[in-house]
Design a protein around this ligand. Structure first.
Ligand SMILES: Cc1cc2nc3c(=O)[nH]c(=O)nc-3n(C[C@H](O)[C@H](O)[C@H](O)COP(=O)(O)OP(=O)(O)OC[C@H]3O[C@@H](n4cnc5c(N)ncnc54)[C@H](O)[C@@H]3O)c2cc1C
Length: 417
């Protein structure tokens, strides 16, 4: 099948590696290149703020595939190579060493990169960001030395780094302009639970304040907040969100709006060009809008879906968004998409840190988060997929089995993770 064709994947991380694997599994017999700017073969990022960062698991645990996988499957893995130009009319991709690759189909899996803080002192040594395994190694070296860290931003990365640093015994301060951690995704009520979890573990939570500048000689020594506080520190970790890596697509004239725009088949407006993972803002048939998801499960599943549509199958990506986070002894899974939610209700007492939060829109469950309650994510997903009005009293009553509330079979939107 299609042995005379060349497929190129730009971005050798989870979405790209899973797409390459799926192309071979689906029988693609042509030339297949996987181009990645990093020197490391594809790896998973979630451990980089959790057990890998804390030094509890080794490097060998984070890779997407065994070392020999790419050669065994005739995947031409080009590491340490950036794609710098894309001509979609000529179907040519140019790499930073000047090589030009002709392609029949191309997948953009260029991911996302941390937003940086444009404030004085951002360039000082010890002001750290976390995206790559090298970043995680550098951060672990700092954790090994101990001392005081200021974490800027209480989103997922900031919250997980704060937890890992506390677990390693550091003195941790979090500075966050919102009133609670994770406010953008979880809202104030559920975010407050995470505030309390961190406070209980001894993290100093400075909420409702931003950062004005970093001060120090060659290395950061102090953080000055917008409300006038000066925080002495040994280093800083900035986790203020990510932005999609769209430079290559923009050079090619591909439409961009909060990521590379794509249809439900993950096809962009350029002929033969597809996009998957953190970089794509694709129409989601179930959500009825375009969404860009910056989570592991999305990259894991969009890669293979894109592989199928690159091969001409008529699939659409309609899996419900799913993500997970681990902080201290609190694990959670979140399913769904809470835009338009008008209410949050709880099954179980949040104070016990074993509960499920449901986001409702007009009486229907649109998202759910199970915290230290396991084996329920698929049922929550079925509840969301069913789109049926729920009886709130039964939904919040732990004595009523969740499965009793699910109408019909909604497995089509994918099991959790
Ligand atoms: C520290 C950390 C912890 C996380 N924890 C969780 C978690 O607990 N749960 C969860 O659901 N998600 C988590 N995530 C998010 C998850 O890792 C991402 O959603 C996932 O990595 C996205 O995969 P991707 O392949 O789309 O993009 P990326 O992983 O961003 O990879 C894109 C790759 O493309 C390469 N690239 C970019 N441009 C070019 C170019 N022009 N030429 C060649 N190569 C290029 C980049 O170097 C990079 O290697 C975490 C992320 C981080 C950083």
């Amino acid at each position: 099948m299609t042995t005379d064709q060349t497929f190129v994947i730009v971005g050798a991380s989870l979405a790209g590696a899973k797409a390459a694997e799926a192309l071979r599994a689906e029988g693609f017999g042509g030339r297949l290149l996987l181009v990645g700017a990093e020197n490391e073969r594809p790896y998973e990022r979630p451990p980089l703020s959790k057990d890998y960062l804390r030094g509890e698991v080794g490097r060998e645990t984070v890779y997407v595939h065994d070392e020999g996988f790419y050669a065994e499957h005739a995947i031409d893995l080009r590491l340490g190579r950036s794609a710098v130009d894309l001509n979609t009319s000529a179907r040519e991709l140019t790499l930073d060493d000047g090589e030009t690759l002709r392609y029949d189909r191309l997948l953009l899996a260029t991911g996302a990169e941390p937003r940086t803080l444009a404030i004085p002192g951002n360039e000082l040594d010890g002001v750290m960001y976390l995206r790559s395994i090298d970043d995680s190694d550098a951060l672990r070296t700092r954790l090994d030395r101990g001392g005081a860290v200021v974490v800027i931003g209480a989103g997922w990365i900031g919250a997980e780094v704060a937890a890992s640093a506390r677990q390693r015994g550091l003195d941790v301060t979090v500075v966050e302009p919102a009133s609670v951690p994770l406010e953008r995704v979880l809202g104030t009520e559920v975010g407050a639970i995470y505030r309390d979890i961190h406070a209980d573990h001894g993290v100093r939570m400075l909420l409702g304040t931003g950062v004005e500048r970093f001060e120090g000689g060659s290395a950061v020594e102090r953080v000055v907040t917008t409300d006038g506080r000066t925080l002495e520190c040994d280093f800083v970790v900035v986790g203020v969100g990510v932005q999609p890596r769209t430079k290559l697509a923009a050079r090619a004239g591909i439409a961009i709006e909060n990521g590379v725009l794509a249809d439900a088949r993950l096809q962009t407006g350029a002929p033969g060009v597809f996009a998957a993972g953190d970089v794509v803002n694709a129409y989601h048939p179930f959500c009825g809008e375009r969404i860009r998801v910056e989570h592991w499960a999305n990259a894991l599943h969009q890669g293979p879906l894109a592989a199928r549509t690159m091969l001409g199958h008529d699939d659409v990506y309609d899996r419900l968004p799913y993500f997970f986070s681990d902080q201290y002894d609190v694990g959670m899974e979140y399913s769904g998409h809470a835009s338009g939610a008008d209410r949050v209700v709880f099954r179980g007492d949040p104070a016990t840190r074993e509960f499920i939060a449901f986001w409702l829109a007009e009486g229907r469950v649109v998202a759910g988060m199970n915290v230290n309650v396991w084996d329920v994510a698929d049922t929550i997903r079925a509840l969301i997929a069913g789109r049926e009005p729920v009886d709130e009293r039964r939904l919040t009553d732990p004595d009523v089995a969740l499965t009793m509330l699910v109408a019909g079979d909604h497995a089509a939107l994918g099991e959790a993770s």
